[in-house]
Design a protein around this ligand. Structure first.
Ligand code: AMP
Ligand code: MG
Length: 445
């Protein structure tokens, strides 16, 4: 019986293959092809890839052209896989049509797995499996949909997906793939896991240029753009300052002055040398450290939303903790997903919003802080002063993409309400609670 790890390798392979076929293989003969399943041989040297597709008025299964095109593209596909998955040996790929009911059996298996998880008490999963019969009074389309909700512990917080799909099987397949994707992002970005790509960069980029994946290079380039747009309030190189304030694996403490001086010398996005054509990263300061804390969950949420869409899901609620949320479409016969914005106790009323195809991210001092001599020191730091930002209790940003709302909620926490009003983020809304009281919409509502 294949191990969990083996299955995950096959599922990662399937997802990347789907992406490569969708985004990179230009041959029109494979435009309608979709990857249904990937079975890896026990030694992982070969993989059987079952595909299906549909073109108007004819099933492609009787047409050999797509298979021949896939055969021609195989060397390119394997090279791309090697790069994206950082694999030394990519399995030989054999493409064939999915003529059996293999796909539905695979989803059955996923459903079984989902059902068994809580009983087996898998350590990383708390499962809330709700196949809810929809209330009366809904349209026929709505009645045809099933709601499935599930959560897993990923990236140090509860990752939750609720989605509507034509069947429980479809929803279960989508959610399982969604969690796999969140775990993949975690293994890319975690600064707690020593074998993540980000940890490797943190270890090596202070002394040499380090080759990074395209995904990491894109993400770091986006981070530099956020830094420039927010005048340095968001800064992914804030890691050494976060360490100095004791917030890496800790609850925070006041740093010694020289520790802070050293940390500030070893941070700053301008010292991040990103060579996009070579695909390398180097730190100009040896002790610089990347901290993905302000952006990682939002990025994972966006990627998960992408996976759910690939699986045909049109309505879903995805959250990582309570601070990074994406609401896709709407539940049947509703006009969005209701979200309550949490307001710190002293600061006033909470707001409620209805979101559809929108993200919301919240940054707040209440999430992590320590108090000393009557002062509250938050985990959100102003990279320019090296000190915890003050003046704001919490800020929520609503916008089209979670990664943007993530970066901006952190930056607006640091820059404060006056700056936020003068620099409105397009297509967005901002709700802010000041330290000591007073919550309200700054713009966009
Ligand atoms: P968030 O809750 O999204 O605002 O993220 C806060 C986390 O991001 C902190 O716990 C730190 O790990 C990290 N961080 C703190 N200050 C900054 C900053 N100014 N820019 C980027 N990341 C930060
Ligand atoms: Mg953030």
């Amino acid at each position: 019986m294949p191990s969990h790890r083996h299955e995950r390798a096959a599922s990662t392979l399937q997802r990347e293959l789907s992406r490569i076929l969708l985004e990179e293989v230009r041959d029109p003969a494979v435009a309608a092809v979709r990857v249904c399943s990937v079975s890896l041989s026990p030694d992982k040297r070969s993989a059987k890839v079952l595909v299906s597709g549909w073109v108007p008025n004819s099933g492609i299964e009787s047409d050999q052209r797509p298979l021949r095109a896939l055969g021609r593209a195989t060397p390119f596909i394997r090279r791309t896989l090697a790069k994206r998955l950082r694999m030394r040996r990519v399995p030989e790929l054999r493409f064939d049509y999915d003529l059996s009911d293999q796909r539905s059996r695979r989803i059955d298996k996923l459903l079984e797995r989902i059902k068994k998880r809580p009983a087996k008490g898998l350590k990383d999963l708390t499962m809330l499996l709700l196949a809810v019969a929809l209330p009366l009074g809904l349209s026929r389309d709505a009645l045809a949909l099933e709601r499935l909700e599930s959560s897993a512990s990923i990236m140090g917080s509860e990752f939750r997906v609720a989605c509507y799909a034509p069947s429980r099987k479809a929803a279960a397949g989508a959610i399982t793939a969604a969690f796999d994707e969140a775990r993949r992002v975690d293994s890319l970005l975690s600064h707690y896991k020593p074998d993540s790509e980000l940890s490797r960069i943190n270890r090596e980029a202070g002394s040499k240029a380090v080759a990074v994946s395209e995904e990491m290079s894109d993400l770091l380039a986006a981070c530099v753009e956020y830094s420039a747009a927010t005048e340095g309030a968001f800064d992914v190189t804030v890691g050494s300052i976060v360490h100095a304030w004791g917030y890496f694996r800790g609850d925070g403490r006041k740093p010694w002055p020289w520790t802070l001086w050293w940390a500030r010398r070893n941070s700053g996005y301008r010292h991040l040398e990103l060579n996009r054509s070579d695909g390398t990263v180097r730190f100009r300061k040896a002790a610089m450290r990347l901290d993905p804390g302000a952006i990682g969950k939002g990025y994972a949420v966006d990627r998960v939303v992408g996976v759910l869409k690939e699986f045909g899901v049109r309505a879903a609620f995805v959250s990582s903790g309570t601070s990074s949320i994406y609401a896709m479409g709407s539940p049947p016969d509703r006009d969005g997903w209701g979200v309550d914005i949490r307001a710190p106790e002293a600061a006033g009323e909470a707001a409620s919003v209805r979101l559809s195809d929108e993200a919301i991210s919240t940054s707040g001092s209440y999430e992590r802080f320590f108090e000393s001599d009557g002062t509250r020191y938050s985990h959100i730091l102003d990279p320019r002063t090296g000190r915890p930002a003050t003046g704001v209790e919490a800020v929520s940003v609503i916008g089209p993409r979670t990664i943007d709302t993530e970066a901006w909620s952190t930056a607006l926490y640091v820059n404060g309400p006056a700056w936020a009003r003068e620099h409105p983020l397009p297509q967005s809304r901002v709700y802010l609670c000041r330290a000591g009281g007073g919550c309200g919409w700054l713009y966009g509502n």
